[in-house]
Design a protein around this ligand. Structure first.
Ligand SMILES: NC(=O)c1ccc[n+]([C@@H]2O[C@H](COP(=O)([O-])OP(=O)(O)OC[C@H]3O[C@@H](n4cnc5c(N)ncnc54)[C@H](O)[C@@H]3O)[C@@H](O)[C@H]2O)c1
Ligand SMILES: [Zn+2]
Length: 383
């Protein structure tokens, strides 16, 4: 079997690494850059460091702050209408997955003849038209590492991934300063999303030695630091571990792909607008419990990597420990554990089962083949 993994061209890391933008500008001879961000990020003031580096490097910045959280195809198209005619040498994304996905799409849409609607139908159309630098401000989606951009499709009440190697960013800056003041609830939801990436990638049917390496490294960092970062926002060491773990999760996705947690989560984002990290968190332990029969050894290996002190226990005990830890993390970080809070009831079950079971791009990666009854059982458990 041959296999591969993709990683962005250059990764800069460490507190204050946003200053490396100056090197990037000078190496690439950048005169003007487009900065994609959103109003929530701008209101925190963290963009100042980017503005300062651009000013001291003599680089003109044009700011697009109209990115919508969990963007739909229409939201992306609206931003593209504004950005289409912008002339620049480089694109910078400063934000969470929503901003980075929109900017990644811009990196293949600005100057192109196809639209985002065409890409949803045929992702193979994408060709890179502009170099892109990602600066994540949540901890996080790992979008800074992946060749995916996720968009909501309102007409189908779900979300879809546009996947093409051209979407891999060129440079990534993992600066913990960007998440130092991130609100607790966003730390929790985005870090659990990253944890889902590494656990799903490790237990994916498509896992390879390359994706395993990144998934294990990410799992160690996230399992051990998520509650610390949640409990103490000033614990920058824990937050830096999450930022790195989220990036590793993104790399693992390019090698193996997520599975049923993400698949069943998409209708919850697409129709009920539940934040991506929250809908994953609600489904995470229940899906893994159903998957356990088919993933016991893989979950036990993850346990060995993160909790070596349990290595003498049976595979069943170690696999169960990982699932229990996931459930505890969701509780300890005060993320909802049920869909009831979002007004979802039994009457939504038929829609959820139908829409969830259609997410075959990811369901085919799941080691356990989920029947419609399995899927109904999972949704029913969290209603
Ligand atoms: N492309 C991929 O590989 C991939 C992977 C996972 C998720 N996603 C997508 O990413 C999106 C979710 O991204 P997300 O979870 O990072 O959240 P997000 O980008 O939607 O941001 C959530 C909120 O946090 C705010 N925010 C961001 N950074 C902040 C900061 N430092 N301080 C204060 N507020 C801040 C934003 O303004 C926004 O209101 C979804 O659309 C999801 O489908 C993409
Ligand atoms: Zn995710």
């Amino acid at each position: 079997m041959s296999y591969q993994i993709q990683i962005p061209g250059r990764i800069h890391s460490g507190n204050g690494s946003v200053s490396r933008l100056a090197d990037i500008f000078s190496r690439d001879g950048v005169k003007k850059a487009l900065l994609f961000t959103d109003k929530g990020v701008l209101s925190t003031g963290i963009a100042k460091s980017v503005f300062d580096v651009a000013a001291s490097s003599g680089v003109e910045l044009e700011v697009f702050d109209g990115v919508i959280a969990e963007p739909s195809t229409h939201d992306v198209d609206r931003v593209m209408q504004a950005a289409r005619s912008a002339k620049a040498d480089m694109l910078i994304a400063l934000g969470g997955g929503s901003v980075m996905d929109t900017a990644k799409l811009a990196s293949v849409l600005i100057g192109a003849t196809y639209t985002v609607y065409d890409l949803v139908k045929d992702p193979s159309l994408a060709r890179k038209t502009m170099r892109a630098v990602m600066i994540p401000t949540t901890c996080g989606t790992g979008s800074e590492a992946t060749c995916n951009a996720i968009v909501a499709i309102p007409e189908e009440s779900t979300k879809k991934g546009i996947v093409n190697p051209a979407l891999i960013p060129d440079e990534v800056i993992l600066d913990v300063g960007m998440i130092a003041r991130l609100p607790k609830a966003i730390v929790a939801a985005t870090a659990v999303d990253a944890l889902a990436h590494v656990v799903e990638c490790y237990t994916s049917k498509k896992a390879t030695p390359l994706s395993d390496t990144y998934a294990i490294a990410g799992a160690r960092l996230i399992f051990r630091n998520i509650e610390k970062a949640y409990a103490n926002g000033d614990d920058l060491e824990a937050k830096e571990a999450l930022l790195l773990g989220a990036f590793y999760g993104g790399v693992a996705i390019t090698g193996s792909g997520t599975t049923a947690v993400h698949a069943l989560s998409y209708p919850l984002g697409g129709k009920y607008h539940i934040a991506h990290g929250v809908s994953n968190a609600i489904l995470f332990a229940p899906v893994m419990a159903v998957n356990k029969d088919s993933c016991r050894e893989r979950l036990a290996e993850l346990c060995d990597a993160v909790y070596p002190e349990l290595a003498i226990s049976s595979a069943e005990t170690r696999a169960t420990h990982v699932i229990n830890r996931i459930a505890d993390i969701v509780k300890n970080t005060e993320i909802p554990t049920s869909l009831a809070k979002y007004g979802i009831t039994d009457k939504d079950l038929d829609f959820l089962v139908e829409a969830g079971s259609q997410q075959q791009r990811l369901l085919v990666n799941n080691r356990k083949e989920l029947s419609l009854d399995d899927i109904r059982g999972i949704y029913r458990k969290v209603i």
